[in-house]
Design a protein around this ligand. Sequence first.
Ligand SMILES: Nc1nc2c(ncn2[C@@H]2O[C@H](COP(=O)(O)OP(=O)(O)O)[C@@H](O)[C@H]2O)c(=O)[nH]1
Ligand SMILES: [Mg+2]
Length: 215
Amino acid sequence: MVRIKVMKAVSTKNDEIAAGIRAELAERGIKALNIISSPGSGKTTLLERTIAHFAPDIRSAVIVGDPFTANDAKRLEVAGGNAFQLNTEGSCHLTAPMIRAALDEIDLSGIKLLFIENIGNLICPSAWDLGEAARVTLLSVTEGTDKVDKYRRAFHIAHCVLITKTDLAPSCDFDLEKATADIQALNSRATVLPLSAKASEGMEAWYNWVKQHLL
Ligand SMILES: Nc1nc2c(ncn2[C@@H]2O[C@H](COP(=O)(O)OP(=O)(O)O)[C@@H](O)[C@H]2O)c(=O)[nH]1
Ligand SMILES: [Mg+2]
């Protein structure tokens, strides 16, 4: 009983802070994108390409969630992003208070896109509102077609689902048609885009989605 009440109180507080972040970013003309996936499915690589694609006309900032390291933020600085590292000291997801604290440190002048690379896992990040305008969930072909159903909440809450690393699909027995149908059965409003950041396949469709929904 007590435990449930505490969890509810924490989540309510999170949602209040997230609503404040959403309102503040909207007023400043900044769109935030919460990026969710398992470790290694290609979040940072996608961001490297995306930030470089839109620069210098459209400037991006990135809040990079990571349990311990600053490696991804360093990669994204190199790609031209204004990158801010958030270390959770092992915790499995970002929360709105963490984003609030980061925003108080970041210079957002001239920024149009705020990418949030969440901690790599397909469970907890999908339960926490960060004040984003939209959510994108990545599933790499190396993870297997069955992961859509297994981690359904991450796909249910997504505005866009990216099937990544399509260059590796032939060696992974990934069934793109089934994965797409399963995602659409869970969430009919989600756009599903297969792509390979490494092979530069399908990237234009992704950039168009960003333009259409975030710019
Ligand atoms: N073959 C292939 N490898 C990729 C692709 N995108 C990322 N990778 C590799 O997958 C690994 C993890 O990528 P990373 O972007 O760090 O994933 P993150 O943990 O989700 O941020 C790295 O070795 C990348 O080079 C892709 O489109 N194709
Ligand atoms: Mg990463």
